[in-house]
Design a protein around this ligand. Structure first.
Ligand code: COA
Ligand code: AMP
Length: 632
């Protein structure tokens, strides 16, 4: 799938000048049931629709076509689960049968094209099978990360209105077994929408009670099912919905279309990740995040790569050498993880002693995303592995990298702190408040000129209007990324911070509003602000600043609020810091100055707006952090 270009500049220019030709050629590498009428045509708004009139199936492209081409015995999935001491492999033929059976079981239950299926499973081959089986029958999957609590699940159930839930009986976090059934049952009790049934993949470590009503067993359902074929869907039909945090407490259901997404992923597997068919690709992420969707499941399988599915942590399962051990064992060629995972390893094994003795000769490059890679982490990784380390920038909304270093076409210089240059089809600019382009190296809002390339979300589920408000309204003709940074004189993009109140914890996005909604429900709390503050390991962690109601004394407030957020949002929020203050800094119109709180907490000089109501309120925050108070 390598293009004819050896020079990335030429390739990128071509992708912008003639998108029809560029993406049309890329899409020829996929298998279509019906060829498109137009490569790119108008959508309902300014977001174009890709490959209109075309029909294809994602599961067919990821699985069946490789079997038909004679690669059925090649390994599709390697499962490495140090937490269960399991290591197993599935060939493309086995994956085909499993998806055909699960598809058959779902079809028997009346599911078909356009129906939603919620998936609540840990990283496992079964989760991959679940996603592909949905795609096989044209159902739209929505995977929810295991670390979310019942209330968050319920919000997603009410929004996506799935007929069926595919679940594991438990997740395993290090030494902890986390039963999923009680969380799902609680979510069903909170949600208004009624799910027809839950199909559990039983795990020995923590089985579900299958005698409960509307509860089905994965093994027996699959055994009784007939095998179904892949059905063609429109290229513009949704493949999945994936919820992500926005500025409000209500998560956004990012909709991913089928044809444009597969075409974009197909280009990246070779152009960006430099991973030809037959090689092994490993994204140490989770199927619950966009990285997992694109690079544990669809991207590598589409390209006939073996994908590694890892159930464990970078450290402690069993040690900080697990990444290197798996890479050497399976001859991983391209490796993708979050900078926080590398920082975790670096903290435990600063000299990289655990790399010694591991044969990493197959490894070509390491790719980092999810949060900014701080230069010291990048350099440490480069020194340790002596391989290129690529920081690349993307979002749940985009589905693939907006900027990166296209190693499969041409390796550009690696500038620590930068996410390199825009990928094909992306035109990135930095704008000031008035919408004017800022000079090189000056900070501005990072935007993408419309039209967006294939793969980027065409809409939000049930919230078309919100899509326009969140991304398109701010600057006419541009997509607002929500990130700020600068572009240097060579066109290298530096993504530095969010412009909104989204918190990035260990590469995951959290909404400050969602946390504030929980804090505000505590009877002792009069006012609150949730702010992401710097953390050496996780990049940021959320901290709650609360003003208690007049006359209230509550020595347990920190414990209560920590427990509230864990119960309502989930452990993934990593909410462990609470500060009681007498007042919150606000503008005269009453807007809380979260940015100033964050700057003070991070030891930066706050950029205090002229509209601040009372500057003296900040003194308490200076004292709090000069004293390095950890919590009340
Ligand atoms: N199901 C249930 N709970 C989960 C979970 C899941 N799938 N994932 C995380 N949690 C829980 C953890 O057990 C932890 O709970 P605790 O407060 O009881 O300890 C909490 O959520 C926070 O988890 P995590 O952020 O994973 O922190 P950690 O301290 O356990 O591990 C790191 C720290 C750096 C090792 C870990 O954050 C990590 O591996 N990060 C990489 C993230 C990543 O791959 N991102 C991909 C985006 S590209
Ligand atoms: P998510 O949608 O959860 O993947 O989060 C996307 C957000 O994470 C982006 O908008 C950025 O704020 C941040 N992000 C992801 N990758 C990078 C990166 N390489 N550099 C800087 N920020 C990043």
């Amino acid at each position: 799938m390598k293009t004819e270009f050896d020079n990335y500049g030429e390739l990128s220019r071509f992708s912008l000048e003639d998108p029809e030709q560029f993406w049309g050629e890329v899409a020829e590498k996929l298998d279509w049931d019906r060829k498109w009428d137009t490569v790119v045509g108008p959508g309902e708004g300014p977001i174009p629709r890709w490959f209109g009139g075309g029909e294809l199936n994602a599961c067919y492209n990821c699985v069946d076509r490789h079997v038909e081409a004679g690669f059925g015995d090649e390994v599709a999935i390697i499962f490495e689960s140090p937490v269960t001491e399991t290591s197993r492999q599935l060939s493309f033929s086995e994956l085909q049968e499993a998806t055909a059976r699960l598809g058959g079981a779902m079809r028997k239950r009346g599911l078909g094209k356009g129906d939603r299926v919620l998936i609540y499973m840990p990283n496992s081959p079964e989760a991959v099978i679940a996603m592909l089986a949905c795609a096989r029958i044209g159902a739209i999957h929505s995977v929810v990360f295991g670390g979310f609590a019942a209330r968050e699940l319920a919000v997603r159930i009410d929004d996506a209105t799935p007929k069926l839930v595919l679940a594991a009986s438990c997740g395993i976090e290090g030494a902890k077994i986390l039963p999923y059934q009680p969380i799902l049952e609680e979510a069903y009790a909170i949600a208004s929408h009624v799910v027809d049934a839950t199909l559990y993949w039983q795990r020995d470590q923590g089985p579900a009670d299958l005698t409960a009503e509307h509860t089905l067993d994965w093994c027996s359902e699959l055994a009784a099912a007939s095998l179904v074929d892949c059905i063609p869907v429109a290229a513009t039909d949704p493949l999945y919905i994936l919820y992500t945090s926005g500025t409000t407490g209500q998560p956004k259901g990012i909709v991913r279309d089928t044809g444009g997404y597969l075409a974009a992923l197909a280009w990246t597997m070779e152009g960006l990740y430099n991973c030809p068919p037959g090689e092994t690709y490993w994204a140490a992420s989770d199927v619950g995040w966009v990285v997992g969707h694109s690079y544990i499941v669809y991207g590598p399988l589409l390209n006939r790569n073996t994908t590694v599915v890892f159930e464990g942590k970078p450290i402690g399962t069993p040690d900080a050498g697990i990444f290197w051990q798996i890479m050497a064992k399976h001859k991983v060629r391209s490796f993708f993880t979050a900078p926080t995972a590398i920082r975790a390893i670096k903290q435990v094994d600063p000299e990289g002693a655990l790399v010694e003795g591991r044969d990493l000769s197959s490894l070509q490059a390491v790719y980092l995303a999810g949060e900014r890679t701080d230069p010291s982490t990048l350099k440490w990784t480069e020194r340790l592995l002596n391989k290129p380390v690529v920081d690349h920038w993307w979002q749940t909304e985009t589905g693939w990298a907006i900027c990166g270093n296209p190693l499969g076409v041409e390796q550009l210089p690696i500038k620590a702190g930068s996410t390199s240059i825009p990928m094909p089809g992306w035109q990135i600019e930095c704008l000031d408040e008035d919408g004017n382009a800022v000079a090189p190296n000056e900070t501005g809002a990072i935007v993408a000129k419309l039209p967006l390339p294939p793969g980027a979300a065409p809409t939000l589920w049930n919230a078309e209007e919100r899509y326009f408000e969140a991304y398109l309204e701010r600057y006419d003709g541009y997509y607002l990324s929500g990130d700020a940074g600068f572009i240097d004189e060579d066109g290298f993009v530096f993504v530095m911070t969010r412009i909104d109140d989204v918190i990035n914890v260990a590469g995951h996005r959290l909404s400050s509003s969602a946390i504030e909604e929980v804090l505000a429900t505590n009877a002792s709390v009069a006012e609150c602000a949730a702010v992401g503050i710097h953390d050496d390991l996780k990049g940021q962690v959320p901290a709650g600043f609360v003003v208690l109601k007049a006359g209230t004394e509550n020595s347990q407030i920190a414990e209560e609020l920590i427990a509230d957020v864990r119960r309502e949002i989930g452990p993934v929020a990593a909410f462990k810091r609470v500060y009681v203050v007498s007042k919150l800094p606000k503008t005269r119109s009453g807007k809380i100055l979260r940015r100033n709180i964050r700057q003070i907490a991070d030891g930066d000089v706050p950029t205090v707006p002229a509209t601040i109501e009372d500057r003296a309120v900040l003194d308490e925050f200076f004292q709090l952090f000069e004293q390095k108070a950890e919590s009340v």
